[in-house]
Design a binder for this molecule. Sequence first.
Ligand SMILES: Cc1ncc(C[n+]2csc(CCOP(=O)(O)OP(=O)(O)O)c2C)c(N)n1
Ligand SMILES: [Mg+2]
Length: 371
Amino acid sequence: MSKTTTRKKSTTKKKTSSPNGSGNAEGVTDVVDVEQAKAEYDKRRKSQIGAIKKLDKDLLREMLYQMVLGRVFEQKCAEVYRIGKIGGFCHLYIGQEAIAVGVQMALEERDYVIGSYRDHVQAMVQGISPEAVLAELYGRAGGNVGGKGGSMHMFSKEKNFFGGHGIVGGQIGVATGMAFAQKYKETGGVTVCYFGEAAVNQGIFHESLNMAELWNLPVIYICENNKYGMGTSQTRAMSISSIAKKAEGYAMEGEFVDGMDVMAVRDATERAVKRARDESRPTLLEIRAYRFMGHSMSDPGKYRTTEEIKKYQERDPIALFQDSLKDAKVFNDKDFEEILEKAKAKTQEAVEFAENSPLPDESELYTGIYA
Ligand SMILES: Cc1ncc(C[n+]2csc(CCOP(=O)(O)OP(=O)(O)O)c2C)c(N)n1
Ligand SMILES: [Mg+2]
């Protein structure tokens, strides 16, 4: 046990360049306002285009494809939900695609991912097929958990995707245990844990960060700050709005990231992965985004205005990435069209698969039960 319970002094120098004291990348402040986010993005755009030019074209194509597939797939989810094909809860990720793609495309196969109920796109980026995800949403036997989990409980041991959790913040404690196991077994893997900003007010967030830093665990806590917890604005529920700054309370590295910029998300994740893999140290990333749809499919959305939504949609992560790819002369409109068509065809295959997949057998009522 001593190898995990002995406090190891870090040799990493804390970055203190940002105004809020968190370890943000140079020139990135704790952006709240859309206009400020735009201005900061414009400032780093030139160097970003240079970075894009140096990246492998296949990787860039895959990043864009995964983002577009996530969007097209979930637009289809909304459509089939409205005609009663999907029952129960259904939380869409539209607007947040740059996070799953930027984060998970910086990981290796041995790494673990766990998250909340807003999990369809994260599951697909992790390698669970769109067919298996949609069949799960339909409650069919071909779903990735046999149709017994539904929208909120995507899971695949084979793909190292450990859910899909419905209890706000519940996965943060589980992730901390997963990272403990990786360290204990010396697998060299890291755990990525997603949660929303409303989960940060739960005790489990604070208990987990404390233990992860104390025990030097290879975990990356990713707060997807989309500004709302159901219909409650973060400004009405949190006394300190900078979540990245809360890392300081546990002597942990924290960084604020622009969640509409997939390249920035990938860069920040790479820094956190390196810290976790090489130094066995945790990180808290606050990735600011915005959800373009309601909290779930049953949200009447009366707590925010259309103007507000439109303002954030001006920074649509897919459009921003496409603009940069075009300016870097890596892809053109024809490439974008091909990627869109491929995503639409894949989504259609998923619909056909889900429609034709049978309901789970009655005997499945008695499997997978732990008591
Ligand atoms: C412990 C707990 N309390 C309350 C709920 C009800 N609930 C479901 S989602 C949600 C809001 C969570 O918001 P956030 O963490 O910001 O994630 P987002 O939905 O924005 O992705 C709440 C309060 C719950 N599922 N679990
Ligand atoms: Mg939220």
